[in-house]
Design a protein around this ligand. Structure first.
Ligand code: ADP
Ligand code: MG
Length: 468
């Protein structure tokens, strides 16, 4: 299977099947998971009757067969595949090799190491320090990342823990460390993955009786980049496994870098000994970028895309889209498509407002909604008072509207954790655990989901308007 043989009609069909599959998933969490795993599909081939999906490694192929086969089938049909088509999911052995697992448990000497070492999940080559724009919101995190690159595994920066809201550049910065160290030392054993992949791989290898090779793989690394560490909260056993991996690496003076949406102390349901280990190195936050940084990021993206976009267009985007960099990128891509489609297009403010209507509406509504409004709406819906919402009363009839208000404040506004916690007169962990409780309940309690939908619709929102 090589890139030359990819047939574009199959890829097109695949793109619509993928969009459809993601669209039909209910929670944002499911959508993000699907995006991650489907993003690991390298190509799709077809002879009209049989569709073969190729993935970057065996592990992903197995996971997709186990958890996504029927969803994939359904989506292919919707996208136009014939009713009796055959679906195959395979590892693309010509894709960049998956992480090499030494067969013997003896440590590998420097000379035996593979030179083109690639990690469990691929590193995006575009995520480098050069393409990452520095500003007051991220300069400490960048300095710490540079510190890691210059002195990997020196105590001060080990582990490096980067946290911050969604779409603010954590993954980019983490992968920049991986890319730069790989460039400087190609034989370095570097592994990038998310904690969710770690968890899934742990479960799969455990079931297959191959836990020793899993352990050996992760404990022989020079650099472990583990993204979105919050997913470890899903299982106690995997936390213990990670704790042991962490200690083995640290004891061997190997570098660990982690990211999360919250600071270590606010990670819910994580064992306290893990949290204190996470805090044992350097903890840095990435905050929302200022207008100047947003504009500089847009200019950098335009430079990389090699397109010509007038400065006032970039200023318009930086001015109107503030919530996160990913949304800004989406808006920029939209504008670039419009320019491509019609190069003579006059992009005045009205045209831009029209092209970016949904981005702008989302930003406006996010800014408009106050936490107090949310609290009031939840209190009203459940027939309790504002005092109840703000109290410490633990009866379920009050806890539910209170936690639902926390959930809406977190998922449907761009308010920071501190502001939300202050507005409820509670601590960060209380808010996080409230949000988590509701997230769990929403998958099992359709009535609660209806309540949520009704409250959201009173603000002109839909369930799918959640920010991450
Ligand atoms: P996170 O992991 O925090 O959710 P990502 O690292 O995925 O965010 O970043 C989202 C997008 O925004 C990426 O395409 C990334 O390149 C871009 N981005 C974020 N911050 C910056 C920055 N300071 N400079 C350049 N690009 C950035
Ligand atoms: Mg990320």
């Amino acid at each position: 299977m090589s890139t030359e043989t990819i047939d574009s009609a199959s890829m097109e069909l695949w793109e619509s099947a993928k969009s459809f599959l993601i669209m039909t998933l209910k929670t944002q969490e499911e959508k993000s998971q699907a995006e991650r795993y489907l993003g690991m599909i390298t190509s799709v081939e077809s002879d009209g009757k049989k569709f073969t999906i190729y993935t970057i490694n065996e592990f992903t192929a197995d996971f997709l067969k186990k958890d996504y086969a029927s969803k994939l089938r359904g989506s292919f049909m919707v996208a136009g595949a014939p009713e009796d088509f055959v679906l195959e999911i395979k590892c693309d052995h010509n894709a960049k090799p998956a992480m090499i697992v030494p067969s013997s448990p003896t440590p590998i000497s420097q000379s035996q190491r593979p030179t083109n070492f690639v990690s469990t999940l691929p590193l995006n080559e575009e995520y480098t320090f050069e393409t990452f724009v520095r500003g007051p919101s991220n300069s400490y995190a960048i300095s710490a990342a540079e510190g890691v690159v210059n002195n990997p595994a020196k105590t001060l920066y080990n582990p490096l823990f980067i946290h911050g809201g969604t779409g603010l550049g954590k993954t980019h910065l983490m992968q920049a460390i991986g890319n730069e160290l790989r460039r400087r030392n190609p034989s370095m054993m570097i592994c990038y993955l998310t904690s969710e992949t770690f968890l899934n791989e742990y479960v799969t290898t455990l079931q297959a009786g191959q836990i020793e090779s899993f352990r050996h793989k992760y404990r022989s690394l020079d650099l472990l980049l583990i993204d979105d560490i919050q997913f470890l909260a899903r299982g106690k056993d995997v936390q213990i496994e990670f704790f042991n991996t962490f200690n083995a690496l640290k004891d061997n003076h190997k570098q660990i870098v982690m990211t999360s949406d919250v600071a270590p102390k606010d990670l819910p349901i994580l064992e306290s000994r893990l949290i204190s280990r996470f805090e044992g190195g350097m903890v840095q936050e990435i905050e929302n970028p200022s207008y100047e940084t947003r504009l500089a990021i847009l200019k950098k993206k335009v430079e990389l895309l090699e397109v010509r976009v007038a400065d006032y267009v970039l200023e318009f985007i930086a001015d109107n889209i503030k919530s996160h960099v990913r949304a800004m990128e989406g808006a920029l891509t939209r504008v670039c498509h419009a320019i491509q489609a019609d190069p003579s297009l006059t992009l005045n403010n009205d045209a831009l407002s029209y092209i970016l209507k949904d981005y702008i509406e989302k930003e406006r509504s996010m800014r408009k909604l106050t936490i107090e409004e949310i609290q009031q709406a939840c209190a009203k819906k459940f027939g309790v008072s504002m005092d109840d919402i703000l109290s410490h009363e633990r009866v379920q009839s009050i806890v539910t509207p209170r936690q639902l208000a926390m959930y809406i404040s977190k998922k449907y506004t761009s308010k920071g954790m501190k502001e939300i916690a202050d507005s409820f007169g509670k601590t960060h962990p209380t808010i996080i655990s409230g949000v988590k409780t509701i997230t769990g309940r929403l998958t099992n309690e359709p009535e609660l989901k209806v309540d949520l939908e009704e409250i959201l619709s009173s603000f002109g929102y839909r369930l799918s308007d959640a920010m991450d």
